[in-house]
Design a protein around this ligand. Structure first.
Ligand code: NAD
Length: 546
């Protein structure tokens, strides 16, 4: 790893305060754990930390020199200026990749991107909240647990999970499957991605052929032992090949970058170099080839479903792409949010995470200990902390994710702020969450599919979420858009708040953590979900029920 992508450790400040220093370290961190940092790409093919290197360097300069009386404005990864605000205002506000409705289409995005006028922030790339594959791993693990509860007598031992994609997010799948005690086979076209997941302990084995992979899976299933195996290949070929062999896995999903037909998904018959060459010479032909492969890929997933496998879409828009190219049953495959996680989101239980800015794992361990003593009855979180401690390696700045809900997040953040103040922790801690959180995302094919009241496509909620977080003194607030082809499918909001041990941080954390989750519960209460209405009453929220 080059020096440029190292994170700073310890308690030495390069900025005028910890709030600025924290955001600078988070920016360094997303690049240090990113998939292609030389090109500022963090994950998901084009999810970038800044628009270009001059923009990156200017952001770094602004963070290093600004005082708390200013707010840095970032537009699609480019710093625009500093506005005189006040020390309770966010230090950074940003909007990434938002396009006007009728123009929010893939071809417009690619054109604007080529002109250097826009960049896609993914969810947690553009706003410097990505914490490596760990960020998505608990979500994937919880999906497997919900499937186990519903279909397999709460036990995935001896069960076979088939999936594809070992990138920034997809790379979490084999470890999540392992933790859930299943035997997981992951198809990945890029040998370097397989090598990387092997080297960081997210993947256990690599098979040279499909037959070898199946032998490993069968032996593990027979012994009821967890295993994860990577196989170099194209999912659009391997999924149908498995069907031809009469193999039906217990669970099937996919996490290739199918949201991007040009830079993400690799069509059958292509290696990375061949795809790169066609991308330059004839992008339309490459996109057509991707679509044709996705058609086969999703048709095979539907065939597995018909043969009894539990099949789900893991948030990469593959059903939408397939549907658009004529696979009319594509939406028979359910989306993971609606199928398995919505009851949690109704109570604003979602992918909350924190990052130790000291770069010392002992700080995360101290917070783990606090959680285990403070929330002993929260089975989801105590189970997760135990597993994460045992199996999840830290990448970049030590961080932890845990699906905590309304009230618990605030309580934890305030306790950690106190641990910073009294020296229990070596340096401040940044709190953040995925955009895929209760009130923070509208994506009719992922987060808000089949909402009870039909409000799937209403993007008011994430916009309100961002305004609420600005009004609640958060340190960084972002509004992102994109999804398929990087435009038109999703609007979401991100938030980061720094616990630096001060009284001001205490106020910021109390307001932002509480209001962020309150809005999440209210969003689902407004859509008529009984769990959310119950949570609103139980937690005494000022929800106005008409
Ligand atoms: P990535 O671009 O880092 O990795 C994608 C991987 O898929 C790459 O390693 C690529 O080589 C591989 N690949 C592409 N086409 C393939 C094919 N036909 N067969 C086999 N392998 C192929 O992306 P990522 O960050 O891992 O994200 C993957 C997808 O998941 C994206 O669409 C992203 O938007 C989505 N996502 C979902 C969630 C969620 O909450 N469920 C979270 C984050 C990302």
């Amino acid at each position: 790893m080059g020096k440029r992508f190292e994170v700073t450790s310890g308690d030495q400040l390069r900025c005028k305060g910890w709030r600025q220093e924290a955001l600078l370290r988070l920016l360094e961190n997303v690049l240090s754990v990113g998939e292609d940092p030389e090109n500022l790409v963090v994950y998901a093919a084009l999810g970038k930390a800044a628009r270009d290197w001059p923009s990156h360097d200017a952001i770094v300069h602004a963070l290093r020199t600004m005082t708390e009386e200013y707010t840095l404005v970032v537009q699609s990864g480019k710093p625009i200026g500093l506005l005189r605000t006040h020390d309770k205002a966010p230090l950074v506000i940003m909007a990434n990749c938002n396009m006007v409705g009728q123009w929010a289409k893939a071809d417009v995005f690619y054109e604007l991107e080529k002109k250097g006028l826009i960049c896609w922030g993914g969810l947690t790339a553009g706003d410097w909240q990505y914490i490596g594959s760990q960020g998505v791993i608990q979500g994937t693990y919880e999906i497997f647990c919900r499937i186990a509860e519903r279909y397999f007598n709460n036990d995935l031992r001896g069960r076979f999970i088939l999936t594809a994609g070992l990138g920034g997010m997809g790379g979490a799948q084999p470890l999540a499957g392992f933790m859930a005690n299943a035997a997981t086979l992951v198809i990945e076209v890029d040998p370097e991605r397989i090598a990387r997941r092997l080297s960081i302990g997210y993947l256990q084995k690599q098979a040279a052929t499909l037959d070898e992979a199946l032998t490993i899976i069968r032996e593990a299933c027979a012994a009821r032992q967890p295993i994860s195996v990577g196989l170099q290949g194209n999912a659009a070929d391997v999924y149908p090949a498995l069907l031809d062999k009469g193999v039906v896995p217990d669970i099937v999903t996919d996490q290739t970058s199918a949201h991007d037909l040009l830079y993400g998904y690799i069509p059958s018959g292509f290696d990375l170099d061949k795809a790169k060459a066609l991308r330059q010479s004839d992008p339309d032909a490459l996109m057509q080839a991707s679509l044709q492969s996705i058609k086969r890929h999703v048709t095979a997933m539907l065939a597995f479903q018909e043969k009894g496998a539990v099949v789900f879409d893991n948030g990469n828009l593959i059903r939408t792409q397939a549907f658009n190219t004529g696979v009319k049953q594509a939406f028979d495959i359910p989306i993971f949010t609606e199928a398995f996680l919505r009851p949690l989101f109704c109570r604003a239980i979602g992918p909350f995470r924190w990052v130790a800015l000291s770069n010392d794992p002992a700080d995360i361990e101290a917070i783990d200990d606090f959680i285990l003593t403070r929330f002993p009855d929260n089975r989801i979180v105590t189970n997760w902390i135990g597993l994460a401690r045992k199996y999840v390696p830290f990448e970049g700045l030590p961080a932890r994710i845990a699906w905590l809900g309304h009230g618990e997040r605030t309580e934890l953040a305030l306790a950690v702020n106190q641990m910073v103040a009294d020296g229990t922790l070596k340096a401040p801690v940044a709190f953040t969450r995925d955009h895929l959180d209760a009130g923070a995302m509208a994506h009719p094919n992922i987060m808000t599919e089949k909402m009870r009241d039909g409000s799937d496509a209403i993007a008011d909620w994430p916009l309100i979420n961002a305004m609420v977080n600005c009004a609640s003194q958060a340190d960084l607030v972002a509004i992102h858009s994109g999804g398929g082809g990087y435009s038109g499918y999703m609007t979401s909001a991100g938030v980061t708040v720094v616990a630096d041990g001060s009284a001001a941080a205490r106020e910021r954390l109390a307001l932002a953590m509480t209001n962020d989750t309150s809005l999440g519960v209210m969003r689902y209460a407004d859509a008529g979900y009984p769990e959310a209405l119950d949570e609103a009453v139980k937690k005494g929220l000022h929800y106005i029920r008409l």
